[in-house]
Design a protein around this ligand. Sequence first.
Ligand SMILES: [Zn+2]
Length: 122
Amino acid sequence: MSLVKGKGNKSTEGKVLSLFRAKRICGWRRHLPLPGRPDFSFEKERVAIFLDGCFWHGCKRCYRSPKSNTSFWSKKLRENVTRDQRLRRQLRSRGWKVVRIWEHSLRNIDSVETKILLALEH
Ligand SMILES: [Zn+2]
């Protein structure tokens, strides 16, 4: 069981970083002390970007319930999802736009680019 995969690991961040570089997207900061510690934040545009591992953050598209310790994992997942929602609400109430990038969506980097650029433009 590959449960350890995808908690904001380097390859996920690396893909986004090379996208920033390729598209000359600048002005981002890493892990600012904001609710939830966004992976990337654009202070001027007030855009916070979270790279979320599909397993840990309960992606509905990818999530497969583990075969053992089912109740432990479903409780853990519920807690993670609830915490994500609470932190993102806090950010929005401070005037931040929250962009969530699922691990699986990095397979289609063009869609990630569109999502980020749209958020930065508005
Ligand atoms: Zn997913």
